[in-house]
Design a protein around this ligand. Structure first.
Ligand code: ADP
Ligand code: MG
Length: 408
């Protein structure tokens, strides 16, 4: 029972530009109709001592990119799930006030009746997958909505192109990298043609390269397709300069929202460049490294050579004990060397950052250091006794080394 898009609602009371300053945004949304509206919304889960969201008022206009920030447990997922009615229809609890999406009230429209206007990408894409391959997953949501086969086929092709999934269309979902999974999850809601896309920390399990791909794809959806996007995201530095709106949830469940530079001036979570801007007292706050360089150009002469020489780190005790020794390690998958003649030592108390592109061999190296992967050439030793982890029984291995995997 589609109820139509509902009445056009003007977005009033937006916190935009209190200073009258021109906004750095896309400029396409000013005066647009209200796509997401919260009116004095308080959400209290059953048996919770206090509300997860408290008196939230929010207006997001058509075509806007809005970012949701806040500490863990502050209510980000709760706010996002209230948009498609999962809160409270599925989670239970009490929702006071009113949430409307494209004019539809979530109180009278349960999630399945909002599926054509709101696409929701959950935090863990695997948990939302219902089929086995990329292409099937893109088609699944449309089947559920009873869309005709010809339209389905066209939308699948469009979405494969848009999200760079053409080459992996037949791949099993289980074999995808984190970034590919996340783009597939986004694709699977896009094919239902929603006007609002809601994403819950889409890059939280991704390495920086894959995160950037996903954020770039999301940005294209806003700029090229005119989608309205609200997303909870930690990697603000990659998106904040494109955002129209930042919504910050405080730990008590109240919300502050407005243009990025005004909200982030006191938000509990801010990207490094904004932290720097705050400490330097820059106004307006820089949203990108480029902005920061521009605003500090007149100070650059203060950074002379003597300071950069002093910044070279002095290594700690040269004789501290070795706790991992990787000696000319090679690990082969068939003929392909995922790790090739790698030598590395780690000393007690050191923190070592392992960097490399997707597929560079990071996980293979870590797996061989915890005995999950056999060395084809060379040697791996771990722990104070420098033992060979491969083939060691689990209870013994844990005395020497532990691994926290990328996906828990
Ligand atoms: P975030 O996404 O910012 O980490 P959440 O929205 O998940 O925050 O959680 C906000 C608060 O609500 C937390 O105290 C959390 O424990 C509680 N909460 C979240 N989901 C539920 C639920 N389904 N039932 C009961 N309490 C919940
Ligand atoms: Mg969450």
């Amino acid at each position: 029972t589609a109820r139509g898009p509902g009445p056009t609602i003007a977005c009033s009371g937006r916190g935009a530009s209190p200073t009258g300053k021109p906004r750095r945004s896309t400029g396409h949304s000013i005066g647009g109709r209200c796509m997401i509206r919260f009116e004095d919304v308080t959400v209290t889960y059953s048996e919770a001592p206090s509300p997860a969201l408290r008196n939230v008022n929010l207006n997001i206009r058509e075509g806007e990119l809005a970012l949701l920030v806040g500490r863990t447990g502050s209510g980000k997922s709760t706010l996002l799930r209230a948009i498609n009615g999962l809160v409270p229809h599925f989670t239970g609890g009490l929702l006071e006030g009113r949430v409307t999406v494209a004019g539809r009230d979530t109180r009278t429209n349960p999630p399945r009746e909002l599926a054509d206007v709101v696409g929701m990408v959950p935090q863990d894409p695997m948990s939302g997958f219902v089929t086995d391959t990329v292409e099937e997953e893109l088609a699944y949501g449309m089947e559920a909505l009873g869309i005709d086969p010809q339209t389905m086929r066209r939308r699948v092709e469009d979405t494969l192109d848009l999200l760079g999934l053409v080459e992996i269309r037949d791949r099993a979902l289980l074999t995808l990298s984190g970034g590919q999974r996340q783009r597939t999850a986004i694709g699977s809601v896009l094919t239902t043609n929603p006007s609002v896309l809601v994403l819950d920390e889409p890059t939280s399990a991704l390495d920086p390269g894959a995160a950037e791909e996903v954020l770039a794809a999301i940005q294209r959806l806003v700029f090229d397709l005119g989608l309205t996007v609200l997303m909870a995201e930690h990697r603000l530095e990659r998106v904040v300069q494109y955002a129209d709106h930042v919504v910050a949830i405080e730990t008590d469940g109240t919300v502050v929202h407005g243009p990025p530079e005004s909200v982030l001036a006191d938000a509990p979570v801010a990207p490094p460049v904004i932290e720097l801007g705050r400490r330097l007292g820059l106004s307006p706050l820089p949203l990108s490294v480029r902005d920061a360089r521009r605003e500090t150009a007149s100070w650059r002469h203060l950074l002379d050579d003597s300071q950069s020489a002093a910044a070279v780190p002095v290594s700690a005790s040269g004789e501290s004990a070795m706790v991992a020794n990787v000696d000319h390690l090679s690990v082969l998958y068939g003929n392909f060397a995922a790790v090739n003649d790698l030598t590395l030592t780690v000393k007690r108390g050191e923190i070592v950052a392992l960097m490399g592109r997707n597929g560079a061999g990071k996980s293979t190296l870590l797996n061989s250091m915890v005995g999950l992967q056999k060395a084809d050439r060379g040697r791996v030793q771990v722990g104070a006794q420098l033992a060979d982890p491969f083939g060691m029984p689990g209870h013994e291995l844990l005395k020497h080394v532990g691994l926290v995997p990328q996906e828990a």
